[in-house]
Design a protein around this ligand. Structure first.
Ligand SMILES: N[C@@H](CCC(=O)N[C@@H](CS)C(=O)NCC(=O)O)C(=O)O
Length: 250
């Protein structure tokens, strides 16, 4: 059920990926869109993320955060699980199926994402570091091992366990990070098709358009999301702004 109050999340004021949708606010926006819950976005600079006002919300000085009434959350897993537990559409009703969908969320975050992030971080190191070249194939192998296992588990199913769930939302989000920096996923046609199915969801498209609009400065009107920039009067770090996303039905 859609709640009355509108939560606020934080996102990069200037995303390093230039709107490619890889910053982690995208997955939270996607979850909001799936459950048809309007939300506000407060944009924060890198400097503001490390200042006390933001650290009070996120001890590690990162985005995204989630605020609703007197509740403040950080970590995309916790935020999306919270949304999924309070709205219909992202977790099955049946108890065991629900537990399995949550398991896939954890698998995406704890088993599949770490080697992908480690590879990204290694790639960013200066290429003259001799061990960088040695380490990359090791990380590629580690990722291939995970992709092979995931591919076998998915088989020819549409989603990981029955209907689309928060587990798929998280897994597709994690795999998108890899697709951006490597063609490794081409070796797993069922996983490539799985990602494409995720991206084809109207809710994903609206989330992607909304985060891109921050970078391009254009309203994402044309999709049901309309990004209208608002200034928040107080309690914000300097330079932060708030956007409201109103959206229609899926
Ligand atoms: N495990 C966290 C990771 C959050 C995270 O790494 N956020 C990035 C943006 S995608 C960030 O804020 N990076 C800037 C920094 O760490 O200073 C989550 O899932 O929310």
């Amino acid at each position: 059920m859609t709640r009355q109050s509108k939560p606020t999340i934080t996102a990069f004021e200037s995303s390093p990926d230039k709107g490619a949708g890889l910053a982690r606010d995208t997955r939270v926006r996607w979850a909001f869109e799936e459950v048809d819950q309007p939300y506000d976005v407060r944009l924060v600079s890198f400097k503001a993320m490390k200042e006390p006002a933001h650290l009070a919300l996120h001890p590690f000085g990162q985005i995204p955060t989630y605020e609703e009434g007197d509740l403040a959350l950080f970590e995309t897993g916790a935020i999306i699980l919270h949304l999924a537990q309070h709205h219909a559409g992202l977790l099955p009703d049946e108890a065991n199926a629900r537990a399995r969908a949550i398991t896939w969320m954890f698998a995406a975050l704890n088993t599949v994402e770490p080697p992908i992030l480690e590879r990204e971080n290694t790639r960013l190191l200066p290429s003259e570091e001799p061990w960088r070249a040695q380490r990359m194939p090791i990380l590629d192998d580690r990722i291939r091992s995970r992709l092979g296992q995931l591919s076998a588990s998915l088989g020819d199913a549409e989603w990981l366990d029955g209907s689309f769930s928060a587990g798929d939302l998280m897994m597709v989000s994690v795999l998108l990070r890899l697709r951006n920096s490597s063609d490794m996923l081409d070796e797993y046609p069922n996983l490539s098709a799985y990602i494409v199915r995720g991206e084809a969801r109207q809710a994903y498209k609206r989330a992607f358009a909304a985060q891109l609009a921050v970078f391009t400065g254009k309203s994402s009107t044309g999709s049901p999301c309309t990004g209208s920039a608002l200034r928040q009067g107080s309690g914000l770090s300097p330079g932060a702004s708030t956007r409201t996303n109103e959206h229609g039905r899926k």
